[in-house]
Each structure stands twice: as C-alpha cells, then as structure tokens.
Design a protein around this ligand. Sequence first.
Ligand SMILES: *Cc1c(COP(=O)(O)O)cnc(C)c1O
Length: 397
Amino acid sequence: MTDTSPQFRPATLLVHGGQERSQFGETSEALFFTSGFVYDSADQAERTFLGTEQHYQYSRFGNPTVRMFEQRLALLEGAEECRATASGMAAVHAALLSHLKAGDRIVAARALFGSCHWIVSTLLPRYGIESVFVDGGDLAAWKEALSKPAAMVLLETPSNPMLDIVDMKAVCDLAHGAGALVVVDNVFATPLLQKPLTFGADIVVYSCTKHIDGQGRALGGAVLGPRKWIEDVLQPFIRNTGPALSPFNAWVLIKGLETLALRLEAGCRAAETVAEFLAGQPGIRRVWYPNRADHAQRALAMAQMSRGGTLVTFEVEGGKEAAFRMMNAFRLVAVSNNLGDSKSLATHPATTTHMRIGAEERAKLGITDGVIRLSVGLEDVADITDDLARGLAAMRG
Ligand SMILES: *Cc1c(COP(=O)(O)O)cnc(C)c1O
C-alpha cells in the first residue's frame, strides 16, 4: 500500500497525499461519480446513521473522490481537517456564516476579492453582524478595530489586485486578543508559497478554481482548519445547506494538484521576468510584485512567502484609455477576469472585478483607471513579453 503520511515533502504529497485505492488497485485516483451509497443491510444503514459505523451516506456530506482531494490539501497545508466546496465563494461563505451569529463583529481588510467584500459589507449586516473594514497594512487601524471583542477576522494577502501584504503574525495576535478566529484567503499565494497557519491563522480558505486547478477548467473551493471547528461548526452547515463539491470537479482538482509545484515554479519564474520587463518600459508608471526590491512591503512579503506568485500588477500612464489600448492590442494575453490559469490573462480591475465597489473605495485601495492585473501563464515567457511590448507600442501610439 502507498504510504501517504505527512512526513513526505510537498511535491510528493501533491502526487500521493490522501489517495485511497479501491479493491481494483487503480493507479490513478478513482472518480466516484455517484450521488448516493448503498448499505449491506438495513442494520448497516442504521449503524451508519447512529455513527457507530463509518460508511459514506450521500455525496452532499461526503464522497470518496472529494475526500481524497480534502486529505491531500490538508496534508499539504499542515491543517488537521479540510472540507471542499463547489467554489471559492462557497468556501468563504460557509466559513463565515457557519461561525457568525447576530450581534457578532467581523473585522476585515478592505482589500478583498469583490464577492468577499460584498459578503462582509452587504450580506453579513443583514443578519445583524457588524462589519468593520480596515486598511490591511495599517497595524494601528487593526489594533483599534480589535480593541473591542470580535468573532472573526478576514484577510487576503497578497491582496487582489494591488498585491498588498498583511502582517499575519501581528494581526493574528491582535485578533486572538479580541477573541476572534482569523480566516486567511490564501488564493494568491497558494498552499505552496505561504502557510498562514504557521503565522497564527486559524482557518485558511481557497478558491481551487485558480492555481489548484490551474488550467481553467473547474470551479472549486476549500476550507482548512482545526478538526474540532470543522466537525462541530463547519460540517453541520455544509451538510445542511449543500455547497458540496462535485466528485468530477474534485477529480479534476486532484489532477491539478499533481502538477501544482511544477506549474508554480514555472509561473513564478515567468512572473519575475515579466515584472522586470515591465518596470523598464516607458509608459509604465509602476509595477507591483511581492518580492521585487521596489515593493513597499518587500521584507514582510519575503518573510511570509517563499516566492512572489504568478500575478503582476502595473499602472500605465494615461488611465483607462491607455490601459484599454494596450489590452486590445494583445494577441496572446487574453482579456479575462480570471486568474491562476495556464493561459496568461489580463484584467482591468476598475471596469470589471472592482467596478461594483465604487470609485471612492477603489481610490482607497489604490486601484486607479490605469491599473492592469496580469496573471502570468505557462507560455514561453519571451512570447508573453513580446505581446506586452506589442500592447505598449499600441498604447503609446
Ligand atoms: C477567485 C477568488 C475567490 C472566489 O473563488 P471562486 O472559485 O471564483 O468562487 C475568492 N478569493 C480570491 C482571492 C479569489 O481570487
């Protein structure tokens, strides 16, 4: 039998972690594409429901393919438990709503993925939960917001799209002092480049749609954390509200994990080259990339992340018009609001992903009309920089 214990190194866990072979001895993880399960007898069904025997019951609560994916992710993260969900937003929603109740407070970094921002700013207050936003890089603001009791803290680091870094250790200490559980959305860093639990985070959430699939195919999400919280708080919520991951998508994501280390290594290397290329070009006002010498929070980024990731954000001179001229001239880089794909994708946040938060909130986040977010893919990096050069030439006219 293959040993899937956690002492293996990450690249090995990505290929073997959590695999459970069926009686057929298949090499690859089996796809159990089934909604339900059958019992040997009515007695076994009763024992299963009593909890005296372990048996799959229904794929809304658990499925062997989904379970392999959850166990692989948990081993990789160093978390006690994991639950997979149908999307990243289902993961964030379940993590917050399973824990919070009327009268609670949540403190969140302002720089959040658009839908996470909506949940905190719009949905939670409807249920009598007070939400407070702070500038994620401002420790004095965190300190003040957490001088009163809070139930949860939500943050994203690096943030979307400006790649701001939040000091996880400092914020976790303040949050724990206020009685809050800290939820870190670790999508931009991936489980390989940053380990929020080692900085004191309690819960880590992923959109597996991004680098974990990494090939633009399937939606998925995951929540990782302490076994007791997952079993007592999160599991009843998931079981009864139904954001379950499809076994088919779990299987795609398992196969995505197998190549994650290779894809990230190539993607980070290409992103570093792209950031360096852009920084030297006329017409570019600024480039943001976490471990570059010119990133304002470089030391913190490097203390928390082993590499800078696959996203590069930059600002062109000439605002929206110039940004659109550049993006419309690309022949390789596609215009898309997605990220973490094998294909390079460019986003204009002010008119797409961050359109709904409004001009005032965008200004607070530094998302000007000249900002473009680039998710660097797996193409030959020289073809990517050639395409960027083509866009810049068109932009400058
Ligand atoms: C994409 C994304 C999400 C949402 O994930 P979906 O799979 O699209 O639901 C949440 N947070 C971050 C940082 C993301 O990039």
